[in-house]
Design a protein around this ligand. Structure first.
Ligand code: ATP
Ligand code: MG
Length: 563
């Protein structure tokens, strides 16, 4: 492979790969894999790993990336998860082509390799209890001591291992351990488990096995069997690397991939542990894995994030060797930037306040030309119906406005976007003193929103025509947690005590411009002055599209912090 095939984007992993290519290591091949455990849905942290692994394969000439399900723990795994993982990886824009693998496909081979280790006096069946194993293992400062079962003959171990396989022992009665070094400074090397008994049905192998291989043993061998060149994992596996290498050094595997560790993604105001996300789902704190507040890929998709925004985020945070906490505002900004480029601008009123235009004819409706984007004619335009009865946003009116309030108030004039200037003449209230409507007049000379005499107004409001508007539900989402580090061990409160009670606000009776009647699932818009919204993928409100707010136009949390 020539140097000019080396991509420009760089990080320390790509530098290692570039050097390997220069030295013609692995015959110039670059082959990575993404190895999820199918025990939950993918989250934004996984997206970082997916973008890294598949990104490298895409960028290097002839590069390949496998999707491999790490399905060695049958108790927690489910096809629902494998299906969702495949869907999410594809949606993010990556393709494993014909390289879909399951660690469980290697169970026979892994079993044979384990017997090989026994024959070579590098593995043994141990009968110590879990408790005893812990005791014998020693501590960081004290060496461990050998199990009394450590020096059995290979024949005896083989026979016991075979009996483990056919289910003759109970769970926990014995396990197969690697015979490495009970005094190693690295605890992972103190005779780690290779196989344990689990009398559980596996979602792919059914009831064939009563024993299941451990992750550390399975992972390196799966990598080697698939011809992986660079096995990229998160930092917590750094101490496992000697074990990764040890297994591969003992066994007749086709190649020896290089394990390289990088920092996992940590986001503030977010939890990204699958166990915790699962808890949010099963305890009903959210509506499901795809709740738009979840940091799962499917949740973010439903919220209105695009694959491009997520990939851009993964690019921006980069790949490093040290753990950091990324501000979730960075992610939100990626959504804003992407949505700013791609969305049409529309009008929608979330909390309607009725406006009657007294000098507008009762039965008339006129259609006003309005571009979908003020400076991008390619986005086209639509016609907004204007009539005597309109809605504006409740927040856009104040009866006794302070000086700096440039919106509507008694006696004030404002512009209705793409329509006319209106002036408020009277405020109508109910018996309890609540404002129920505003009586206004419009200036017919200001059609389109400009006055002929160059008269200026300070405020421009969004609006809809009452009788033409689409009444539907809009959901305003915000961060799921109100603490930057909900699962920090420094809190004395439970992480779930930091759930943000305002993370969802249902607006049951929003009024949107009529063109949105035909909006399709997942279609994205900017509601002028309000934020970016997408049509929910799942729900609709009696045949009308329901909208989810992806992000506000500006970061309101940053403002709060300054206060
Ligand atoms: P969790 O801690 O959420 O349970 P996991 O690491 O057990 O995640 P896996 O399904 O084993 O989940 O992860 C698949 C791949 O994604 C692994 O290579 C893992 O290192 C990577 N990964 C998981 N979480 C993150 C993260 N926050 N940042 C970067 N990579 C991650
Ligand atoms: Mg894992």
């Amino acid at each position: 492979m020539s140097d000019n095939s080396i991509p420009e984007t760089s990080n320390f992993i790509r530098n290692i790969i570039n050097d390997d290519l220069k030295n013609n290591k692995n015959d110039g091949r670059v082959h990575t894999r993404f190895p999820p455990e199918p025990n939950g849905y993918l989250h934004i942290g996984h997206a970082k790993s997916i973008c890294l692994n598949f990104g490298i394969a895409d960028d290097y000439q002839g590069g390949l990336c496998n999707l491999r399900f790490d399905d060695t723990n049958p108790e927690k795994e489910d096809v629902e998860y494998t299906d969702s993982i495949m869907e999410d990886v594809k949606w993010l824009g990556f393709d494993w082509e014909d390289r879909l693998y399951y660690a469980s496909d290697y169970f026979d081979q892994l079993f044979e390799f384990a017997k090989q280790l026994i024959l070579d006096d590098k593995a043994y069946v141990d009968h110590l209890s879990t408790e005893e194993i812990r005791e014998y293992r020693g501590t960081l400062t004290e060496p461990g001591k050998p199990s009394p079962y450590r020096e059995r003959s290979a024949e005896e171990n083989l026979e016991l291992f075979e009996r483990m396989r056919v289910g003759e022992f109970k769970e926990g009665e014995c396990l197969l351990r690697a015979k490495i070094d009970m005094a190693s400074a690295n605890m992972n090397m103190r005779d780690p488990a290779i196989y344990r008994i689990k009398k559980v049905e596996h979602h792919r192998t059914g009831n064939k096995w009563f024993i299941y291989p451990m992750y550390d043993y399975t992972h390196c061998i799966s990598d080697a069997l698939e011809g992986i060149t660079h096995s990229l994992c998160t930092l917590e596996f750094e101490d496992h690397r000697p074990l990764y290498d040890w297994f591969l050094d003992q066994l007749p595997v086709p190649c020896h991939p290089q394990q390289i560790e990088f920092a996992r993604l940590n986001l503030n105001y977010t939890v990204t542990s699958k166990r915790k996300l699962n808890e949010l789902v099963t305890e009903g704190h959210v509506s499901g894995w795809d709740d738009p507040r979840m940091p799962t890929i499917t949740g973010m998709r439903r919220r209105g994030y695009t694959p491009e925004a997520i990939r851009d985020f993964c690019d921006r945070i980069g790949i490093t060797k040290s753990d950091t906490l990324i501000d979730v505002g960075v992610l939100e900004n990626c959504a804003r930037e992407d949505l700013d480029k791609r969305t049409r601008r529309v009008l929608g009123v979330l909390n309607p306040l009725k406006v009657i235009i007294d000098n507008y004819p009762e039965s008339e409706t006129e259609l006003l030309d309005a571009p979908y984007h003020p400076n991008d004619p390619d986005m086209g335009n639509r016609q907004l119906p204007f009539s005597k009865e309109l809605f504006i946003e409740q927040d856009d009116f104040m009866e006794n406005p302070p000086k700096k309030f440039f919106r509507l108030g008694p006696g004030r004039e404002v512009r209705l976007r793409y329509a006319y200037f209106i002036t408020c003449n009277e405020v109508i209230k109910d018996d309890d003193g609540n404002i129920i409507e505003l009586r206004c007049t419009y200036d017919p000379e200001t059609k389109g929103g400009n006055a002929p005499d160059e008269r200026k107004v300070k405020g421009t409001l969004h609006w809809v025509s009452a009788q033409h508007s689409l009444a539907t539900e809009v959901r305003l989402y915000d961060r799921l947690f109100n603490d930057p580090k909900p699962d920090s061990s420094q809190h004395d409160k439970d992480w779930k005590d930091f759930l943000n009670p305002d993370s969802i606000k249902l607006i049951k009776h929003a009024r949107l411009e009529p063109s949105l009647q035909n909006a399709e699932k997942e279609e994205l818009f900017q509601f002028e002055r309000l934020g970016y919204f997408c049509v929910d993928r799942k729900d609709n409100c009696e045949g009308r599209p329901v909208f989810n707010r992806t992000v506000t136009l500006r970061d309101s949390w940053a403002k709060q912090k300054h206060k």
